[in-house]
Design a protein around this ligand. Structure first.
Ligand code: NAI
Length: 463
């Protein structure tokens, strides 16, 4: 077995791992990155964020061409779907980005190993690729192996018929009836894609609401808009089984009649990817949710072994993983980085989008924090009306005594872009008054953010 020495070995080339590898190389380290897939970029680039956004964009254009262009005075011939071309475009976008990561690795002289990485003790990592085995050695090892779709008891996974988001990113035909298990990020995004392309979509959700963890008011208003778009929600419905019967699928739930359908998308959460990493042998015990415990510098219990992203505590978000990857290697290089977890935004790329940063009203109430609330609807925003996209609102929650912004929640067109201004406000410790005093260009959607800040002090101008 050949042996190779590095300063840092990163296991996993998703947004946590590949970004950490680049930053470490910038800091002068000799870096290796182990990835078992042939393409770099992890779930996010290959079978997650990027392909789903490509499909969301294409399907939104299709729906818009069919339903909205007329209102803009644009006449079209019959709008038709070319699913093969739509999927090909998605694959091209993925190809461009995954190859781009390869280019960044070359530029930063990061050595790439293809195969499964496993801790072998004493700063060693074994990379296995089929029958080929190789031993690497480094002072620092970073685990960034991400997560995989959680399986549900009783639900028999059968590739395209009953599968995860990976399969739902590439159905070769539009399912007549798609049942989605779980009304979280993935269920709503991919449910929206197939609904826009013509599927009847039924979403089954165990809880009495969609989007657990997000602001209640946000989730409630969003669910009304999605229902009006044709998504059917069955809340308080626990799926107990899903099977293939002939060429159809059947989903069984507590207290309801079995639901026959053409395909099932299981979107009931994700589980950290820790299989075969040699954690136990290295003395690393997982927590009760299968995550790797780390300290504030992302160090695990094993000397020289660190972990970031979906395998550790916190929201399973690509940008959170990347922040942690950078902070981890900067810490290794002797710097003192700090992540403000209150300023990490979350976005659901539905239409309209849903975005949030900081605390929800429910979290503030539970923590006994007194707050003031300013809310402004897009129907009073000139740009939103001009675009014909005036659903939703911006809500700002500010500390009642200091006026510091504690949470921002947005339902509306481009909410995912607007939320970054809010994240910056929270990161800079801004007050709602600071936002209210900042001139915003007219006519733009971010004016609604400023108006919400004015509304905290009951002085919004356009409502
Ligand atoms: P999720 O945790 O967001 O939602 C899963 C839903 O499934 C929950 O509402 C849960 O109550 C429900 N559920 C669980 N078991 C069930 C059962 N037996 N019957 C009915 N409902 C059941 O998980 P999701 O959507 O799978 O996403 C996984 C992770 O991926 C999330 O943590 C999210 O952060 C991340 N993600 C982020 C995206 C983004 O940033 N836009 C996009 C996609 C995923």
């Amino acid at each position: 077995m050949s042996q190779q020495e590095h300063d840092l070995i990163v296991i996993g080339a998703g947004p946590g791992g590949y970004v950490a590898a680049i930053r470490a190389a910038q800091l002068g380290m000799n870096v290796a990155c182990i990835e078992k897939e042939s393409a770099l970029g992890g779930t996010c680039l290959r079978v997650g964020c990027i392909p789903s956004k490509a499909l969301l964009d294409s399907s939104e254009r299709f729906a818009s061409a069919r339903q909205e262009l007329k209102a803009h005075g644009i006449k079209t011939a019959r709008v038709q779907l070319d699913l093969k071309a739509l999927l090909k475009r998605k694959d091209q976008v993925v190809g461009t980005l995954t190859q781009g990561v390869g280019g960044l690795f070359k530029k930063n002289r990061i050595t790439r190993y293809t195969g499964h990485g496993r801790l072998a003790g004493g700063g060693k990592v074994v990379v296995e690729d089929g029958k080929k085995k190789r031993e690497l050695r480094a002072k620092h090892i970073l685990i960034a192996t991400g997560s995989k779709p959680s399986e549900l008891k009783g639900v028999e996974l059968r590739k395209n018929l009953i599968g995860s988001s990976t399969e739902a990113l590439g159905y070769s035909s539009v399912p007549r009836h798609l049942v989605v298990i779980g009304a979280g990020y993935i269920g709503l995004e991919l449910g929206s894609v197939w609904s826009r392309l013509g599927s009847k979509v039924t979403v089954l959700e165990y809880l009495d609401r969609i989007l657990p963890g997000m602001d209640d008011e946000l989730a409630a208003d969003a669910s009304k808009l999605f229902a009006a778009q044709g998504l059917e929600f069955n809340l308080e419905t626990r799926v107990t089984a899903a099977k293939v019967k002939g060429r159809k699928c059947v989903v069984e739930c507590d207290g309801r009649k079995p639901i026959p359908c053409d395909r099932v998308l299981v979107a009931a959460g994700r589980t950290p990817n820790t299989d075969g990493l040699g954690l136990k042998e290295a003395g690393i015990e997982l927590d009760d949710r299968g995550r790797i415990p780390v300290d504030e510098s992302f160090a695990t219990r094993a000397k020289g072994v660190f972990a970031v992203g979906d395998v550790i505590e916190g929201p399973m978000l690509a940008h959170k993983a990347a922040e942690e990857g950078v902070a981890c290697v900067e810490g290794i290089a002797g710097r003192k980085p700090r992540i403000n977890y209150d300023a990490i935004p979350g976005v659901v790329y539905t239409h309209p989008e849903i975005a949030a940063v900081g605390r929800t009203e429910e979290q503030l109430k539970e923590a006994g924090v007194e707050y003031r609330k300013g809310k402004f609807p897009f129907k009073a925003n000139g740009r939103a009306l001009a675009m014909g996209q005036s659903d939703g609102w911006v809500k700002i929650l500010a500390d009642a005594s200091t006026d510091r912004v504690l949470g921002v929640h947005i339902l509306g067109m481009h909410a995912g872009d607007l939320i970054n201004e809010a994240a910056m406000a929270i990161a800079f410790g801004a007050s709602s008054e600071d936002i209210a005093l900042t001139c915003h260009a007219h006519p733009t959607l971010p004016e609604a953010f400023r108006e919400a800040a004015l509304a905290v002090d009951k002085r919004a101008l356009h409502i």
